[in-house]
Ligand binder design. Structure first.
Ligand SMILES: *Cc1c(COP(=O)(O)O)cnc(C)c1O
Length: 405
């Protein structure tokens, strides 16, 4: 299929709307993506056609709902090249997935054990681990980054030792767009027998990771950043690890047998899926992956690279504009500031012109501290954005600069 952005845009009803009397230019894709009609339909079809609880009833609707949910699990398994479908745990998203692992590790760590994070993480891949350290007495070490927003791997190697139990790093930084060399990071961790969790929240809309090839122990993501709905995501774990981790929540669906004397837990994946899940969300997650695969990740990556190169070039033409995150491997996220102007003021003015960007610390305060800035303006592009929209952004930023300086 040839990549035609104008045809693709027709799949996204929201892209037809106006904001403040101007056509919407949606450049906040790193916060959440927009949804194509195919994904919206999959939710509507579930509620209007076969809404029922899953895994519980023998009646037809319950079986149809269960089938659709389990087909989605298989779609996810295939997409990420996961060995077994029971290694795919449905969660409410990346944050939930990380908390399942961090909570479970309480039982696996001892005082003085070390766990390693990177300097460019989202708060949801920092705070649960700090809480784990408080519970266990484990020590959190940080892989530093350089001025370009690239991790310093030689320093990472120095942090690794036989004390290292777990390493957790994002695949792509949501605040900088840096693509981290996760394959190397995983291999080095394995050389000291440490496990690795990769936060894929920001990567899965741009890249199709092969989890068996990466040999990663845990990989987590959210559907809503990859054209799926909010409130659903994935925890992938190697079977051996998911067996070692204790369950996170108790309740229905996660048990084998319950008596007041003793309860036994269900097999994977249900051990980690207590309660009625987001059924329509799981089904729509599968629909989103099908949608993206129909377009093709190579076509998406090539087109987004063109958007990134063009936008970077045009933005750098503005006097006093600094881009944060200038490493060689990055995705279509541009974080920037204008000299002497607060990012929030730029965001407010460009919104008046119909352009949605994010301003602030992007849930990554340590990165802002590193650069000694209060925040940035972040324009993040998806495959349904156009070169004309890049022009609109650049013109709007120039206008904001004129008004504010
Ligand atoms: C968005 C994001 C998260 C958090 O995802 P939720 O869907 O809010 O749970 C974590 N890490 C990164 C890198 C992100 O971009």
């Amino acid at each position: 299929m040839a990549f035609n952005v104008h045809d693709i845009r027709k799949d996204f009803p929201i892209l037809q709307r106006e904001v403040n009397g101007k056509p919407l230019v949606y450049l906040d894709n790193a916060a959440t993506s927009q949804k194509p009609q195919q994904v919206i339909d999959s939710i509507v079809n579930y509620y209007s056609g076969f809404n029922a609880n899953i895994h519980r009833g023998v009646h037809t609707l319950s079986q149809e709902a269960t089938d659709a949910y389990e087909v989605a699990r298989k779609t996810i398994q295939k997409h990420f090249n996961i060995a077994n479908s029971h290694e795919v745990i449905f969660t409410s998203g990346t944050t939930h997935s990380i908390n399942i692992v961090a909570q479970g590790y309480t039982a696996l760590l001892q005082q003085g054990d070390e766990i390693i994070v990177s300097a460019m993480e989202h708060h949801s891949n920092i705070v649960p681990w700090q809480m784990l350290c408080e519970r266990t007495g484990a020590i959190l070490k940080v892989i530093p980054m350089n001025e370009q927003g690239v991790l310093v791997l030689s320093e990472y190697e120095k942090l690794l030792s036989e004390k290292t139990q777990l390493v957790f790093v994002n695949h792509i930084s949501n605040a900088l767009g840096t693509i981290n060399p996760i394959s190397e990071i995983i291999d080095k961790a394995h050389s000291v027998d440490a496990a690795v969790l990769i936060d894929g929240a920001q990567s899965c809309s741009h890249i199709k990771p092969d989890l068996q090839k990466l040999d990663v122990d845990f990989y987590v993501t959210s559907a809503h950043k990859m054209c799926g709905p909010t409130g659903v995501g994935m925890l992938y774990g190697k079977e051996e690890w998911l067996k070692k981790l204790p369950p996170y929540q108790g309740g229905g669906e996660m048990i084998k047998e319950v008596t007041f004397e003793k309860t036994t837990y269900a097999d994977l994946p249900h051990k980690f899926e207590a309660g009625t899940p987001n059924i329509s969300g799981g089904i729509a997650f599968g629909a989103a992956l099908e949608y993206l695969n129909n377009i093709g990740f190579e076509a998406i990556a090539n087109y987004e690279q063109e958007l990134l190169d063009y936008a970077t070039h045009e933005l750098l033409g503005i006097d006093g504009l600094t881009i944060y995150g200038t490493g060689p491997d990055k995705t279509s996220v541009i974080s920037f500031n204008l000299e002497g102007i607060h990012p929030y003021d730029i965001g407010t003015i460009v919104d008046k012109l119909g352009i949605a960007v994010r301003t602030g610390h992007h849930c990554a305060q340590p990165i802002m501290d590193f650069y000694n800035i209060p925040g940035t303006v972040r324009a993040s592009f998806a495959f349904y954005n156009t070169m004309q929209e890049v022009d609109a952004l650049v013109n709007a930023v120039r206008k904001a600069q004129m008004m504010l300086s």
